[in-house]
Structure formats: C-alpha cells, structure tokens
Design a binder for this molecule. Structure first.
Ligand code: UD1
Length: 429
C-alpha cells in the first residue's frame, strides 16, 4: 500500500510536460483489434489502466510490446478470440467494454463480462448495446456476460445522451460495417477526435460533421498505422489547479489550448491568468482567487473529470462557489475528505456549495476515486502542515508520475510505502 505525503508547498514554478491522454489511448488500443496488421502507438502513458488493458488485449490474442522508455507500443492482433473469460482483469476496468465494438466488427461475434461497478455512478452500457443492435447485432445478456452476434450493416443511430464510450464503441464497430452509419447526438470530446484520426490513418472513413453528428462509411479492411496520442487535457487541468492553489507561475508544455478552454475560462473568472503560448500554456497567479461556478457538461462544456480538482481551487477562493455535476450521479466523493482538511462544502443532490476558507489544514485522507484523489493532492499542496493521502492506486490509474512531475515544479510531495505521520520522509523536512 503506497501513500502520498504532502507538505504545504511554495508557489509552483517552472515547466511540466504532460503525458498522453488516458481517455484517448484506451479506445485507440482497442481499435488496434480492427486490423490484423501491426499498429505503432506513441505517447502511451505509464498508467495502471493502460497496463490492464494491454493485458486484456494479449488475453484476446493480440501481440503487444510496450516500450517503457519511449512510451510506445506495437500491437498486432492477427489471431484473436471472441471471448474474455470471467476471472479476467477486464471486470475491473470500465474501458474493457470498448473491445466489444472492434470484436463484433472483426469477427462477427463477441462475448465479454460486463465492466465492474464504479464508485462515481452506476455507468450502464445500454447506449453501446442500442448502437450495436441498430447495426444489426443480436444482443444477449446473461450470467454477467454480454454477447453480441451478427454481420454489421450501417444505420442511423440517435444517442439519448452523448456518451463518450458508446460513441467510441459504435464508431469502431461501424468502421468495418457494410454501408454508412450516422450517429446523432454523438460525443465529440477531443479523445474521440483522436480515435477518429487513428481509424482514418488505418484506412477508415469517419467524419465529425459538427453539431454532434458523426458519419462513418464502413470499409472492408483496415490496415496497420502509426499514431501519436494527444496530450492529456485532464492532467493539464490538474496542473492548472495546482498552480492556482499554490499561487504559482508554471508553463504546461504541450497542453492544447482549445482542449483546455473551459478550464482556462473558469480560472480566469477566479482571477488566475492563463496564456496561450506557442508551445503550451502559462498559468500564473495574479494576487487573488475569487469564487466561481461550474456546471459539468459534455465537451466543449466543462469536463466532469476536472470538477474535483477545480473544487480544491474553490475551497480557497474568496466567496461562495457552486458546482453542478450533470454527468455522474455520485461524483462528489472528494468532499468528505476535503472537509477533514477544513474545507467548507455542503451538498444537495448534484449541487455542491463551496464557501471559500482562509486556510486548509493537513490531515490523513484517502483517495476515494481517481479524480477525487487528484483533488486531494491539489488541496494538500496548499494545506498548512502535512497531509497523508492513502489509496493512491486510484490516482495512479490516470496520472503518470504525478509526484515526480509536481516535485520538479517545487512541490513537497513524496510517495512512501509507510503511513507514519509522526516521521515524515526526510526529503520533506
Ligand atoms: C468517459 C471517460 C470518463 C469521463 C466520461 C464523461 C474514458 C475511459 N472514460 O467515460 O473519464 O468522466 O467519459 O466525460 O474515456 N451512460 C448511460 N448509458 C450508457 C453509457 C453511458 O446511461 O450506455 C451515462 C453514464 O451513466 C453517465 C453518462 O452517460 O451518466 C456519461 O457516460 P459516458 O460518457 O459513457 O462515460 P464513459 O465513456 O464511461
């Protein structure tokens, strides 16, 4: 069991390079199943979610070689099976369900366990299944497994909600289906555009037509390709929040400004300066932090994945901030832990009211999920004294070397195997 031990840090300074986007790389690795030729993917972050998915792809029969130094992977899915067995790791990872679309498209059938429950909400897969059915697949769900069979044919699909995963799964399935598919009310997150670019490099025919409409013309065969995954906008947003709470001045190299616009707009309301540079963005403290409100929405709205880390900024901003979470029903898990650190937050259903406090205080807390865990790290950087954060395996699902990157900016954070608040790691003293 590992912990982060964090001391109140000086204003962060310097520059940081963010890793490849977790939410882009996971569907892209699944899309490698669409061809029997070799794909080479660069900027693949060292994350536990990525390693679990690579393991799943290997169990399906793909040959995969990850190079940790270059953070790149070669995948060749020449001979693949249609099944993932129940005992497999797949049940732990929501993104495992993204192998379904490529498997039916490539082999005409797939049988995989339903992905595991998640603390942030119930996360059903009905929209994925509705899409597969529209493409002609017969779906059966029993004993915790989903089975899909059929030869896929293009169709018109309207999604009740612009689900990221359902859009990705349907795009992948439709890429090898006969004829044309149009998805209306599709999600158009930057990670989906990256998946579309990847499939098109494989010889696919996928276009985002604007207004949440995506058109896919199926092709008979896709081929191997080379692709570099986009930088992680959620990681960029997390460093923006870190600069804001410590009163720092940092450059986030390789952040893509149009991807982080919703976050930049909110920090500017808060009084933090965000500049679009030719090689990334600069985030600097302008001497005050004012309350601001956020409402999570599908892209280009404010991302639900940045909601928790921005709440840490609100906790120390002057005045009352309001957060409305519209995407997931249970995504305020950071709040009880932040209250232990002195935050003043009340919730009513999907709304949280944050009264800014003058200071937070170090405490023993536990990461309840990935983004809530990151929010605790951000709050801890500004909290008086020492904070110990447990269950950091949640954080490591989605952040590659977060402690190391923060240390380079001057943060006092160490990863330790022992929970010993009386004797902090020497490097923090
Ligand atoms: C993806 C991201 C996750 C992000 C989320 C929303 C990955 C690996 N994960 O998750 O980090 O927080 O998008 O931006 O990319 N829903 C249904 N039926 C479905 C599918 C979804 O009702 O079949 C609902 C969900 O319960 C949720 C909402 O739609 O309330 C959004 O889910 P979705 O966009 O599908 O998120 P994920 O793809 O799971």
């Amino acid at each position: 069991m590992s912990f982060f031990v964090v001391q109140k840090s000086e204003p962060l300074k310097g520059s940081v390079k963010i890793s490849g986007a977790k939410n882009a790389v996971l569907p892209i690795l699944c899309a490698c199943l669409l061809t029997d030729e070799e794909c080479f993917v660069e900027n693949v972050p060292q994350l536990s979610d990525v390693f679990v998915l690579i393991d799943i792809l290997k169990k399906i029969g793909a040959k995969a070689e990850y190079n940790i130094l270059s953070e790149s992977i070669k995948i060749k899915a020449e001979n693949i099976s249609k099944d993932i067995s129940e005992e497999h790791e797949a049940v732990k990872l929501r993104a495992s369900f993204l192998v379904m679309g490529p498997l039916i498209a490539r082999t005409g059938s797939a049988r995989i366990p339903l992905p595991g429950g998640c603390p942030i909400g119930s996360r059903p897969v009905d929209l994925h299944l509705k899409g597969f059915e529209k493409l002609g697949a017969k779906i059966k769900q029993e004993h915790g497994f989903t089975e899909a069979k059929g030869t896929l044919k293009g169709n018109h699909i309207y999604l009740d909600f612009p689900s990221v995963g359902a859009t990705e799964n349907i795009i992948m399935a439709a890429s090898l289906a006969e004829g044309e598919t149009v998805i209306e009310n599709a999600a158009v997150e930057p990670e989906i555009i990256d998946l579309i670019n990847f499939i098109n490099k494989m010889g696919g025919n996928v276009f985002s037509l604007g207004n949440g409409t995506i058109k896919i013309t199926g092709v008979k065969k896709l081929h191997g390709t080379r692709h570099k995954v986009i930088p992680d906008r959620i990681e960029a947003g997390t460093f923006m929040a870190a600069a804001a709470v410590t009163g720092g001045d940092i450059t986030i190299e390789n952040a893509v400004f149009p991807h982080i616009k919703p976050a930049a707009a909110k920090l500017e309301e808060c009084g933090i300066k965000v500049e679009n540079l030719y090689n990334g963005i600069r985030v600097s403290y302008a001497g005050k932090r004012k309350a601001f409100n956020i409402k999570t929405m599908p892209f280009p709205g404010f991302p639900t994945d940045m909601q928790a880390v921005f709440m840490s900024v609100m906790a120390l901003a002057k005045g009352t901030s309001i957060v409305t979470e519209t995407i997931f029903e249970n995504r305020f898990l950071q709040i009880d832990e932040m209250k232990r650190m002195g935050a003043d937050i009340k919730t009513e259903g999907r709304v949280a009211v944050v009264e800014g406090v003058k200071k937070l205080t170090g405490s023993r807390v536990n990461a309840p999920d990935l983004r809530a865990g990151a929010a605790l790290v951000i709050a801890a950087l500004a909290a008086e004294g020492q904070t110990e954060i447990g269950n950091i395996y949640h954080i490591e699902r989605g952040y590659s070397r977060l402690d190391e990157k923060l240390r380079k900016l001057g943060a006092k954070i160490e990863k330790t195997e022992e929970r010993d608040i009386e004797n902090p790691p020497q490097t923090l003293l």
